[in-house]
Design a protein. Structure first.
Length: 441
């Protein structure tokens, strides 16, 4: 007992815990770690029964079963690559929408709110991957049910901060909780409709051509026809994957273009790399990115500066755990502030500056090359890491390649300095206006 670490009870805060290298943690203790109990996002949300089948809500073995099913065709890079053609199809429509906005501006190249455009792109792309259906987010006239869905997503996010942090006794007195629930109910209903349509398509294929005709194609088709996921499980889980994917892509691309517009020398180097692999007029493919280290470094640096979820929490439910020489009892809540760690000057020199080259290790001296591997973990780590990481990375790589290939991006004068604010996720504090100047072939 003499060498037993000091035991700590529940603490109001432990700043040094944020700086404990993740490699020092007992990874086995996190296999079935739980999300924070009582959180509005992961608590009771709807009247339709979807909450019991959501990947965000179950714990332990029930969660692990759902997660293992959803991992299929998403987590491995080679599996994510299967969606390249589908994403390029959506990107083509996005480029058309972008050019329409440019043409309608007074200067012929101005887009006043690029984050808004990326948001609609991400919704369309993720829906196409998860539900195998285009929902019309990039059309000039958005379908009514899609418009209702988009409004509900906004409603849910606008009220999520209040729903999460206000005391539970305020829920019947203030409007935020009801708006939050209404948003989620519409989101789940929209997802259920798309799943029902896919089930009808599968049934029709079976009736007309037998089982051999019902080919396992896209993500939802694969999950349903292979028995990996029941329709009810899908109704609870896929809408949450949709929400997670939208913010990652839209916000990261916005921040990336903002910093590239402020660092023209980095943008010029990226353009040189892009056209070296994907000349003007060609469409990028998954295999191209193995030879585009600066593109990946730009996205890594963007996510270091602006992790989509700046704070995360876990509760170790099954046993006590030792961290940094201290012993914590089971059911202790641990809060990880990714934002603080990724801007720690002891880990990243000049942490507030945009330096993609810090990720190009072959060009760095040993001191920089030895940066801590867990200094920036925007997608999390281990079995609870972001499920859609590979698809999100592919989306961003494909779209950023097309944009830099065709345009020189400049900051619109009215934009000025942009800072981040927390809305559960990290977002710009104002509209980011950009000029997209057509490059000469």
């Amino acid at each position: 007992m003499a060498n037993r670490p000091p035991r700590l009870g529940r603490l109001p805060g432990c700043r040094e815990l944020c700086r404990t290298p993740a490699g020092n943690w007992d990874q086995a203790s996190f296999k079935f770690s739980s999300r924070v109990r009582g959180s509005a996002r992961w608590g009771s949300r709807g009247r339709g029964g979807h909450r019991q089948r959501s990947v965000g809500l179950p714990q332990g073995h029930q969660w692990y079963r759902l997660r293992q099913a959803l991992n299929q065709r998403l987590l491995k890079p080679a599996e994510a690559a299967l969606y390249t053609d589908a994403l390029n199809e959506v990107i083509e429509d996005f480029m058309t929408r972008l050019n329409q906005q440019r043409a309608e501006s007074a200067s012929g190249d101005h887009v006043p709110d690029i984050a808004h455009n990326f948001y609609f792109f991400a919704l369309e792309a993720v829906c196409y991957i998860l539900f195998e259906k285009r929902i019309g987010c990039l059309e000039r006239s958005i379908p009514q049910d899609t418009e209702t869905f988009v409004r509900s997503v906004g409603l849910m996010f606008q009220n999520s901060l209040y729903a999460t942090f206000l005391p539970k006794w305020t829920r019947s007195l203030l409007p935020f909780w009801r708006r939050y629930l209404d948003g989620w109910n519409t989101i789940f209903s929209f997802g259920k409709k798309l799943i029902d349509q896919k089930l009808e398509e599968i049934e029709a294929q079976l009736q007309t051509g037998g089982p051999e005709k019902a080919h396992i194609s896209g993500y939802l088709h694969f999950l349903l026809t292979s028995g990996q996921l029941s329709p009810r499980d899908a109704e609870g889980s896929l809408p949450e994957l949709l929400m997670a994917g939208v913010d990652t892509t839209s916000n990261t691309l916005t921040w990336a273009l903002y910093h590239l517009s402020k660092n023209p020398e980095i943008q010029a180097a990226l353009h040189e790399e892009v056209v070296g692999m994907v000349p003007a007029g060609q469409v990028p493919q998954y295999k191209d990115f193995a030879h585009m280290p600066l593109l990946k470094a730009v996205l890594k640096e963007t996510l270091r500066l602006y992790p989509v979820v700046p704070v995360n929490s876990r509760v170790i439910v099954d046993k006590e755990i030792e961290v940094g020489g201290f012993l914590f009892p089971k059911n202790t809540q641990f809060v990880f502030c990714h934002y603080v760690v990724s801007r720690d000057p002891r880990i990243f020199p000049e942490p507030d500056s945009f330096q993609p080259q810090r990720w190009l290790r072959k060009n760095q001296p040993d001191a920089l090359r030895a940066q801590h591997p867990f200094g920036s973990v925007p997608f999390g780590y281990g079995v609870r890491a972001c499920l859609g990481r590979r698809v999100a990375e592919l989306e961003m790589q494909l779209l950023l390649t097309r944009l830099i290939q065709q345009y020189e991006v400049a900051l619109a004068p009215e934009t000025g300095e942009v800072t981040s604010v927390a809305r559960i996720v990290l977002v710009p504090n104002k509209k980011v206006g950009l000029r997209f100047l057509q490059r000469q072939s």
